[in-house]
Each structure stands twice: as C-alpha cells, then as structure tokens.
Design a binder for this molecule. Structure first.
Ligand SMILES: Nc1ncnc2c1ncn2[C@@H]1O[C@H](COP(=O)(O)OP(=O)(O)OP(=O)(O)O)[C@@H](O)[C@H]1O
Length: 230
C-alpha cells in the first residue's frame, strides 16, 4: 500500500520582524483508507499544517509528496488542478454558493474538472446527494437548508471528483451532536469503505475519538501520534 501523502520536515515561517513560525519540522505519512485527526490547543498550527497538506499554502522548508510526486516544483495552476482532481475540502463554514441549488453546488467542481458532460455531472451530483441523505432537497438553495444539511451538501461537493484525500477544518464546528455524529460516520465510511484518506483538524473530541490516527500538535510541531486499532 503506497502512501497518499508524505510530508518530510515541513516548515512554514512567515517572513517579518520577527518572523512567525506556523509549522516546524513536521513529518507524517497519510495512507489510503485512514481517518486522521489533527488535534492540539488553539494556535498550535493545525490549520496551517492542513493548508500545506492541501496545497493551499507553500512550505518554506521541507517537501511534500503526493502519490510519490514532489509538490514543491508545481506552479499555481498545477497545484489548483491537483486540488480539483484529487482533493476534497470541508470547512467549518460550508462555502456553498448561495444563488445555486444544492445540486448545482455539487455539479460545479465536476463541470470545472471537465471530464463529464452536463447530464453525467447532474446524474452524479444527484447520486452523491442521495448518498448523504438529501434526495428530496436537491433543488433547494442553501438558505432553505438546515446547518446539518448544508454541511452534507458540502461533503457531497467535496467528494464530487472522487478525491483520494479529503481535508477538513473543524467540519463539525457548527453542528449539533446528532448532525456531528452523522458527519463523523460519513468520514469513517469515506475512509474505511471507500479507501480514501480523511484528515480532520478538530477540537471535537468525538471526531478525534472516531479517527484511526490522532496527531497531536504543540507550538507548530507534532508532539505525538496515536494509532488505534480499528
Ligand atoms: N497570516 C498570519 N499572520 C500572522 N500569524 C498567523 C497567520 N496565520 C496564522 N498565524 C498564527 O499562527 C499560529 C497558528 O495558527 P493556526 O490557525 O494554524 O492554528 P490552529 O491550531 O489551527 O488554531 P485554532 O485551533 O484556534 O483554529 C497562530 O498563533 C496564528 O495566530
């Protein structure tokens, strides 16, 4: 089984006087089928690390291999295409486009990648929304959906292009316990049943407890890695 992502001595320092160190010397491996939680106190660098892993930011030192390929030499367009084709993102805020229906929101990344026709994209988006229990809500705009429903649309959108890696930042932060449990179950299924890797930055103990691997951070570094039996 080859790793999806390998970070080797990754650091991110913001230039300035004084410089601000966000991430220091982080090495980790993310395997297919694993559900990883990144935990630690506020300000320890969790989101900064997630942005590096998601190619939303560039390291100042170290390397990042995605499916064995060094990501450092890629230009902005190549990084954007890698994100679109291979990664899915779920944030605390859903970032759905308000003027579009749930179905249209899920169709957007599929159409942007350009591998499916409009009709195929529609069919796929319908099936993804059915998979997250929203069959009857596909034509609703986000303002007509509950918080939990919006986050489920965001998850359907995140997996629209069949990403091998799903990166989440506080995905349950705005949800009640019932909706959180549902979202956690979806992430487990994405990892364990579908073989994707799911990486969640979280303060939610339920998300951390559900993960197979818990990576703890402190002051920009990894302070511990806890691997649990499934
Ligand atoms: N652009 C920036 N300029 C200056 N400081 C920054 C910048 N981005 C992040 N930081 C600082 O870097 C540190 C790490 O931030 P980061 O958001 O990664 O932490 P976090 O562990 O995700 O925190 P939280 O759990 O509160 O979301 C924090 O002290 C933050 O204030």
């Amino acid at each position: 089984m080859s790793a999806i992502m390998q970070a080797q001595a990754l650091s991110r320092v913001l230039a300035g006087t004084p410089p601000v160190t966000l991430v220091i010397d982080v090495s980790l491996t993310i395997d297919p089928g694993s559900f990883v939680a990144i935990v630690g106190p506020s300000g320890c660098g969790k989101s900064s690390l997630l942005y590096l892993l998601g190619l939303l930011d560039r390291p100042t030192q170290g390397s990042l291999l995605f499916q064995g390929r060094d990501m450092n030499p890629l230009d902005g367009d190549e990084r954007a295409l890698t994100r679109l084709a291979h990664f899915g993102f779920v944030f605390q805020f859903h970032f759905l486009l308000p003027e579009f229906t749930a179905l249209e929101n899920v169709m957007l990344p599929i159409r942007r990648l350009g591998r499916l026709s409009q009709a195929q994209a529609r069919e796929k988006a319908q099936s993804l929304l059915a998979g997250v229990g929203l069959t009857g809500k596909v034509d609703k705009t986000p303002n007509l959906l509950s918080g939990g429903e919006r986050q489920r649309v965001a998850i359907a959108r995140a997996i629209a292009n069949d990403p091998v890696l799903v990166l989440c930042d506080e995905p349950t932060g705005n949800l009640d316990s019932q909706n959180s449990a549902r979202v956690i179950e979806m992430f487990r299924a994405l990892a364990h049943d579908q073989g994707r890797a799911v990486v969640c930055v979280t303060h939610d103990p339920e998300v951390a407890a559900a993960a197979d691997v818990q990576i703890s951070m402190l002051d920009g570094r990894i302070s511990g890695t806890d691997v649990r039996a499934r």
